[in-house]
Design a protein around this ligand. Structure first.
Ligand SMILES: [Zn+2]
Length: 308
C-alpha cells in the first residue's frame, strides 16, 4: 500500500523511527507506539522493528507486547505482520497470552509462508520461556555468576546470545559502544588508491589488491546482522570473495567475529579471513587463498575489470 502521507512528513517519520530504534532508550516506547498508527506500511514496519530492538534496553514488556500483538495477528501488510511477530519474540517471556493466537497464525494457510514461519518460531520461543518460568530454570550471569531473572535472560540472550544480568549487560553494551566509537575514530588511514580504511592491516590488504590489479569494494559502513554490529569488509566482485581483517582481540569483538564468520558460512559466502599474525606473510597468504577462487597471480586483472 502506498503512503498517504505527504512526502516530507513521511520522510521525517521514517528518519524518526530509525533514530528511535537506534536510540537504545526504553523511554521512547510511547512515541514508537504512536508511530504504529501512521498510514504508511514502511513507518509501521520500522516502528515495529524498533520496538523489538528496545527489548534489549529494558522497554516495558507489557506495553510493548500490547502494541505488537494485534499487528502480529493482523496487519495491513504481511511484512509488517512478520516484523511484529519477530519483535514479539524478543518479549517472549511476557507474551504468553498470545501463544495460541500465534499458533493459529502459523497454521493458517491464508497467511504468507514467511509470516507463518515467523509465527512458528515466536510461538516456540514463547512456549520455551513459559516452560523455563514454570520449571524455575535458573540461569546465571556469565560474567558475575549472579542469578538472572527470566526477563534478564531474554534480554541478554536476544542481544548478545549470551546470558548476562542487567548490570553486566549494561557494562558489556557500553564497552562495545566505546569500542565501536574508537574504531570510528581510527578511520583515517588512506590506502594507496585513496580508499580510507580503518586499520593498518586493512591498508595492507587494500594495497595488495591494488598492486595485483584485483578490483575490490570496501564497505566502510557498519551493518547490523542478527543484532551484531559488523565491521567493514572487502568484496572482490570478480572472484565473488569477501576478505575480512580481524584486527582486534577484545571479547566483544570476538563475539561479533564468530557471529559473522558463522553467518558467512550459513549463507554459503566465500570468505578469506586475515588476522594480524598473517600480515608478515600477507602476500603468500592472499595469493594462495585467492587462487582457490580463481585469482591468477601474475596476470594483470585490470584488463578483466575493464571488461565489466
Ligand atoms: Zn552479571
Amino acid at each position: 500500500m502506498k503512503s498517504y502521507m505527504q512526502p516530507d512528513k513521511h520522510h521525517a517519520a521514517v528518519q524518526r523511527a530509525l533514530e528511535l530504534g537506534r536510540s537504545g532508550d526504553p523511554s521512547v516506547l510511547p512515541e514508537l507506539i504512536e508511530l504504529l498508527r501512521a498510514p504508511s506500511n514502511e513507518i509501521q514496519r520500522l516502528a515495529v522493528s524498533a520496538i523489538g530492538k528496545l527489548s534489549g534496553f529494558g522497554a516495558d514488556p507489557a506495553q510493548a507486547v500490547a502494541a505488537l500483538a494485534p499487528l502480529a495477528v493482523k496487519a495491513r501488510h504481511p511484512q509488517t505482520q512478520q516484523y511484529a511477530i519477530r519483535a514479539l519474540k524478543k518479549y517472549a517471556a511476557s507474551a504468553r497470552e498470545h501463544l495460541h493466537d500465534l499458533r493459529d497464525v502459523a497454521r493458517n494457510e491464508a497467511h504468507c509462508d514467511y509470516v507463518r514461519a515467523a509465527a512458528l518460531v515466536t510461538a516456540d520461543a514463547i512456549e520455551q520461556a513459559a516452560q523455563d518460568a514454570e520449571s524455575g530454570t535458573q540461569h546465571r550471569c556469565q560474567r558475575c555468576n549472579a542469578r538472572v531473572t527470566a526477563d534478564e535472560y531474554a534480554r541478554s540472550n536476544q542481544t548478545f546470545q549470551r546470558v548476562f544480568c542487567d548490570r553486566c549487560f549494561d557494562e558489556v553494551f557500553l564497552e562495545r559502544r566505546n569500542f565501536e566509537a574508537q574504531v570510528e575514530l581510527n578511520k583515517t588511514i588512506e590506502a594507496r588508491d585513496g580508499t580510507v580504511v580503518q586499520s593498518g592491516g586493512e591498508r595492507r590488504i587494500a594495497d595488495w589488491l591494488t598492486a595485483h590489479g584485483v578490483a575490490y569494494r570496501y564497505d566502510a559502513k557498519f551493518r547490523i546482522i542478527a543484532e551484531f554490529q559488523i565491521r567493514p569488509d572487502f568484496y572482490l566482485p570478480e572472484l565473488d570473495v569477501y576478505i575480512e581483517y580481524w584486527g582486534l582481540d577484545t571479547p566483544q569483538y570476538k563475539m561479533s567475529m564468530y557471529k559473522k564468520q558463522t553467518l558467512y558460512q550459513q549463507e554459503g559466502k566465500r570468505l578469506v579471513s586475515v588476522y594480524p599474525q598473517d600480515l608478515p606473510r600477507l602476500d603468500s597468504l592472499l595469493t594462495a587463498k585467492l587462487s582457490l577462487f580463481g585469482f591468477q597471480p601474475g596476470i594483470d586483472a585490470r584488463s578483466k575489470v575493464s571488461e565489466e
